[in-house]
Design a protein around this ligand. Structure first.
Ligand code: NAD
Ligand code: IPM
Ligand code: MN
Length: 367
C-alpha cells in the first residue's frame, strides 16, 4: 500500500510557527504509530509572492491537485496590504479553493470542557457545545461576476456580485444533510431570503434536497437572526449550512464561543477522487495574526486539529484522529494555556512549541 501524501503550505505570519508543531505531531504518528505520511512542503501567500512574484505558482497548484490532502497554515499580513489585488496573498488561498473545487467548508465549533469558563459567554451557554458550520466555499459573492472597481460618472464604484446556481446550492446542501444524518439529524439553513433573490433560491433548493432526507429536521433562519441566536443559545444548533460570506462571518463568531480563534480547525472538501476520498484542503480558521507573529505566542491547536481532520476525512484514520483530539483535550484539562487562552488568574502562558511538546507528551501517554 502506498503512503498517504500531504502537501504542507505554511504560508505567512504565525502559519509557519503553528505548522512546525504539526510537523512534530506528524513525525510522532510515523515513529510511534507506524503511520507514514509522504509530506512535501511549498510556498503560498506572501511567502510565495516574495519568492516568485505570485501568491501561488502553477507548479504548487499542480502539486495540490495531485496529493491526497493539503494542509495550509495562514496567508496575509500588513507587509502585503498595498500589493495589487491580483497578487495579494489571499488570492493564493482563493485559487486553491476554486481550482480544487472545494465547495464544502466544514467548520466545527466545539467547546472543550476545560475552556468553558474562558468563553466570553456564560459557561452554561457554551459548555458541551458541538456544532458544525458548513460554509459554501467556491461561489457566491467571493467569485460572482461582474466584479471590480469601475468609474461611473465622476466617481468610482466597487462591485461584487452574489450569484448561486441551483447545482451549487444542491451539492453543498447534500453535503450538509449527509453530515446531519451522521450527527443529530438537525440542519439549519441560513440566508437572507427576505432581501436577496439568491437567498430565495437557496431556501427553495435546500428545501427540495431535504425531501431526500426525510429523517433530518430542517429549519431556515435569516442569517442576521442566526448570528444573534448563535450568541444567545448556540446549543440549539447542530449542523448549519450557509453561503460563502455568511459562513465566513458566522464561523468567526462561532470560534469565539469556543474560547479563541486559535482553537478552530476546518476542512474544505470537494468531489471524491479516484481513491474514493474527497479532494481536500485543511486549514485553521484563523489568519496570520500579524499582531503576535514571530513571538512564539500563537496557539497551534487549530492547525493540529486541522491535521486531525485530515486523518479522519482523507487518510481513513478515524481512531488516530480521536487519539489526537483526546490528547489536546487532556492538555487543556491539565491547564496548559497559550496566551490567547488566558482567563484564569495566576496561569503563566506557554509558548507555541511548549504547547506542541505538551501535545506530544499527552500522545505518548495515550499509548
Ligand atoms: P487573524 O485570525 O489573523 O487574527 C485575529 C485575532 O486573533 C488577532 O488578535 C490574533 O492575534 C488572534 N489569533 C488568531 N489566530 C491565533 C492563534 N492561533 N493563536 C493566538 N491568537 C490568534 O485575523 P486578522 O487579523 O483579521 O487577519 C490577519 C491576516 O490574516 C489578514 O491578512 C487576513 O486576510 C489573513 N487571514 C487569513 C486567513 C487564512 O489564511 N485562512 C484567515 C483569516 C485571515
Ligand atoms: C477564512 C479567511 C479567508 C476568507 C480569506 C483570508 C480569503 O477569512 O478562511 O475565513 O475570507 O474566506
Ligand atoms: Mn474568515
Amino acid at each position: 500500500m502506498t503512503n498517504p501524501s500531504l502537501l504542507i503550505l505554511p504560508g505567512d505570519g504565525i502559519g509557519p510557527e503553528v505548522m512546525a508543531e504539526v510537523r512534530r505531531v506528524i513525525d510522532w504518528f510515523g515513529d510511534k504509530r507506524g503511520l507514514t505520511i509522504d509530506v512535501s512542503e511549498d510556498l503560498v501567500g506572501g511567502a510565495a509572492y516574495d519568492a516568485h512574484g505570485v501568491p501561488l505558482t502553477d507548479e504548487t497548484m499542480e502539486k495540490a491537485q495531485s496529493v491526497d490532502a493539503v494542509l495550509l497554515g495562514a496567508v496575509g499580513g500588513p507587509k502585503y496590504d498595498d500589493l495589487d489585488f491580483s497578487v495579494k496573498p489571499e488570492r493564493g488561498l482563493l485559487r486553491l479553493r476554486k481550482e480544487m473545487d472545494l465547495f464544502a467548508n466544514l467548520r466545527p465549533a466545539q467547546c472543550f470542557d476545560a475552556l468553558a469558563d474562558f468563553s466570553s459567554l456564560k459557561k452554561d451557554v457554551v459548555a458541551g457545545l458541538d456544532i458544525m458550520i458548513v460554509r459554501e466555499l467556491t461561489s457566491g459573492i467571493y467569485f460572482g461576476e461582474p466584479r471590480g472597481i469601475f468609474t461611473e460618472g465622476n466617481e468610482r464604484v466597487g462591485i461584487n456580485t452574489q450569484r448561486y446556481t441551483e447545482s451549487e446550492i444542491d451539492r453543498v446542501a447534500r453535503n450538509a444533510f449527509e453530515l446531519a444524518m451522521k450527527r443529530s439529524k438537525k440542519l439549519c439553513s441560513m440566508e437572507k431570503a427576505n432581501v436577496m433573490e439568491s437567498g430565495i433560491l437557496w431556501r427553495e433548493v435546500v428545501t427540495k434536497v431535504g425531501e431526500d432526507y426525510p429523517e433530518v429536521e430542517l429549519s431556515h433562519m435569516y442569517a442576521d437572526a442566526g448570528a444573534m441566536q448563535l450568541c444567545r443559545w448556540p446549543k440549539q444548533f447542530d449542523v448549519i449550512v450557509t453561503d460563502n460570506l455568511f459562513g465566513d462571518l458566522l464561523s468567526d463568531a462561532a470560534a469565539m464561543l469556543t474560547g479563541s480563534l486559535g482553537m478552530l480547525p476546518s476542512a474544505s472538501l470537494g468531489a471524491p477522487m479516484a481513491n474514493g476520498r474527497p479532494k481536500a484542503m485543511y486549514e485553521p480558521v484563523h489568519g496570520s495574526a500579524p499582531d503576535i507573529a514571530g513571538q512564539g505566542k500563537a496557539n497551534p491547536i487549530a492547525c493540529v486539529l486541522s491535521f486531525a481532520m485530515a486523518l479522519r476525512y482523507s487518510f481513513d484514520q478515524g481512531a488516530e484522529a480521536d487519539r489526537l483530539e483526546a490528547a489536546i483535550e487532556q492538555v487543556l484539562a491539565d491547564g496548559v494555556r497559550t496566551a490567547d487562552l488566558l482567563g484564569e488568574e495566576g496561569v503563566t502562558p506557554v509558548t507555541t512549541s511548549e504547547m506542541g511538546s505538551a501535545i506530544l507528551a499527552a500522545l505518548d501517554a495515550s499509548l
